[in-house]
Design a binder for this molecule. Structure first.
Ligand SMILES: O=C(O)C(=O)C[C@]1(C(=O)O)C=C[C@@H](O)C=C1
Length: 433
């Protein structure tokens, strides 16, 4: 679907990724300048920024990646490509590698090049907390503009965080990979609208780890400019998921008007207000009405009062799985023989009493079709899939480790996307955000 809105000028966009990433020293990587806030100079220290920490996080990553499709040999350490490939992807960012000696002598005049590198630091319990590593507010990237449900989800996941609006899901991934943000909070499924496929695809394309989930009750409102009545509307705009979640109710309200999809719900409200559109309504949150000066014509217009969207929290490093509270693990796998192995894979969980909470299949983009030739009958063309499975167990549990070891026998590709605490907050479907 085509986005109606021009991109908002205060979003983080692809073109806003850092213009320079500087390798400060053999032991440290930092984003020195970023275009999102041209006044900001961010230095990141702590876990994940020293080589030892990188190694420990890579070790966790390696243990998480049970098997992989063949990868090209790693790039030479110290090169820009190596930095990008450690991050798990190739970027178009122009990496500028500067030796620490140059930087430290020019900044302080001290001869830091003589001092020995700091010893590797052991992981502590605080490394498992969502606190930022650089001593300031946690920066959380989300897709949309202020007032979007994703912003509310970021606030639920990380209270008091600095929420960073991004104009696309992909930008939120990049913001974390490039250290502009510490986390991303992105929707993956809704109880009425189903999966947000784009984010499933991006989870595989990028190397971030799922470190948590939040489920947000989504309470939609029909918004319009002050004084505008329902009868005046000949168009309703919103995010495609929001339009789908309100389809029946809109019809019941007599709003048999054109529906148009835009990038996010709050962006729809902003657009109506900014363009003084008296014939256009927006589906968005009550907070968006307040932020953009619109009136609420109808509230609770989602087709089901228990409308919930599930978001995942993403980080550069995985968290260490635990067993002292309910955990969920998300994996993705594929097999050369397509869907025929699915039963065997799923039985690895069933035999160990591990409940699955979600299965999603997506086209296998590297190999979308499998040809099976039979000299008598011709050629069957099977579609190939990647399977995403969420199960209720922690990777710290032996039964989960054994299940994955068995799954590995049946699959040609298997990756653990994350093992993370389940959202166990009490159920409050009537609460609007
Ligand atoms: O547009 C928004 O406000 C969003 O946060 C996006 C989004 C989605 O992608 O599903 C999030 C929650 C609701 O389900 C509707 C839209």
């Amino acid at each position: 679907m085509q986005a109606l809105l021009p991109p908002s000028s205060n979003h983080l966009k692809i073109s806003h990724v850092p213009t320079r990433i500087t390798r400060l020293a053999p032991t440290r990587l930092a984003v020195v300048k970023c275009a999102y806030r041209s006044d900001a100079v961010h230095f990141h220290n702590g876990i994940g920024s020293s080589r030892a920490d990188w190694q420990s996080s890579c070790a966790i990553l390696a243990s998480n990646v049970v098997s992989q499709q063949p990868q090209p040999p790693p790039d030479k350490p110290g090169t820009a490509d190596h930095v990008a490939s450690v991050n798990g992807h190739k970027t178009n960012v122009d990496l500028d590698l500067v030796p620490i000696e140059k930087l430290s002598s020019s900044s302080s005049g001290d001869d830091k090049s003589c001092s020995p590198p700091p010893p590797p630091r052991a992981l502590t319990i605080t490394d498992l907390s969502p606190a930022p590593m650089h001593g300031s507010q946690l920066r959380v990237a989300y897709q949309g503009v202020p007032g979007a449900y994703s912003e509310a989800a970021a606030g639920k996941a990380y209270p008091k965080c600095e929420a960073i609006p991004c104009d696309q899901f992909e930008v939120a991934f990049q913001a974390v990979e490039l250290w502009i943000a510490d986390r991303a909070v992105l929707p993956v499924e809704n109880s009425l609208g189903g999966s947000i496929h784009r984010n499933y695809d991006l989870l595989l394309r990028h190397r971030l780890h799922i470190v948590g989930e939040v489920q947000l009750p989504v309470h939609h409102c029909l918004l319009a400019l002050p004084g505008v009545r329902k009868e005046y509307l000949n168009r309703v705009i919103s995010h495609p998921q929001a339009l789908a979640q309100c389809e029946l109710t809109l019809t019941k309200l007599g709003l048999n008007v054109a529906r148009e999809a835009v990038d996010d719900t709050a962006g729809a409200a902003e657009f109506v207000a900014a363009n003084n559109l008296r014939d256009t309504g927006a589906i968005a949150s009550a907070r968006a009405a307040e932020l953009y000066g619109l009136e609420i014509l109808e509230t609770g217009i989602q087709d089901d009062s228990s409308n919930v969207t599930r978001f995942v929290m993403l980080a550069r490093e995985p968290i260490i799985p635990r067993t002292d509270r309910p955990f969920k693990t998300s994996i993705v796998f594929a097999h050369d023989k397509g869907t025929s192995v699915l039963f065997k894979v799923l039985s690895a969980f069933a035999f160990r009493n591990i409940s699955l909470t979600k299965i999603e299949s997506r086209p296998h983009r590297n190999r979308p079709i499998r040809l099976v030739s039979d000299s008598n009958e011709g050629t069957a063309k099977h579609f190939e899939y990647l399977f995403y499975v969420d199960f209720e167990a922690s990777m710290a549990e032996v039964r989960a480790q054994n299940a994955l070891a068995e799954v590995q026998e049946f699959t040609s590709f298997l990756r653990v996307l994350g093992s993370y605490p389940m959202d166990m907050t009490p159920w409050s479907p009537s609460r609007g955000d």
